[in-house]
Design a protein. Structure first.
Length: 143
């Protein structure tokens, strides 16, 4: 890489996500399958492009979303995503796998409860077999 990465963590996460969107998409799709999400909820159509099914969308900065299915975005790569919020200190130090699991669990639970705040409370109790560290992170986020 000849250019210096952006200094802002969110911009750096988007830059990285754009360059590695295909392997990140595969990683997220595989992890959702491992956690037991149904195939039709593993990702969602990318309506900004050609409607291609994606488990990872590089342009978003929120961590993930739930539409017709669960998908993650560049926010999962941003160590400052929750800076100043509940769980922010744990998030910044968490492994990517734990962040991915936490986002998947949160979005999955949000698909049932229909609200971000309710999903914050429901996600730590998810029946999905997420990592222990992801569950700890979700508990911190729910406080």
């Amino acid at each position: 890489m000849s250019e210096k990465p952006p200094e802002d963590p969110a911009d750096h996460a988007v830059d990285f996500a754009r360059r590695y969107k295909e392997p990140l998409d595969q990683c997220c799709a595989i992890r959702m399958a491992e956690l037991g999400l149904p195939e039709d909820k593993n990702g969602a159509p990318d309506f900004d492009k050609r409607g291609q099914w994606r488990a990872f969308e590089p342009e978003g900065r929120t961590g993930g979303n739930i539409t017709s299915g669960v998908y993650l975005n560049s926010g999962v790569l941003n160590p400052d995503l929750l800076k100043g919020e509940k769980g922010g200190r744990l998030w910044s130090k968490a492994r990517l796998r734990d962040r991915i699991d936490a986002i998947i669990a949160h979005e999955w639970e949000e698909s049932f409860v229909g609200d971000h705040q309710k999903a914050l409370k429901a996600a730590p109790k998810t029946k999905l077999p997420i990592t222990d560290q992801a569950r700890l992170l979700l508990r911190a986020m729910s406080r």
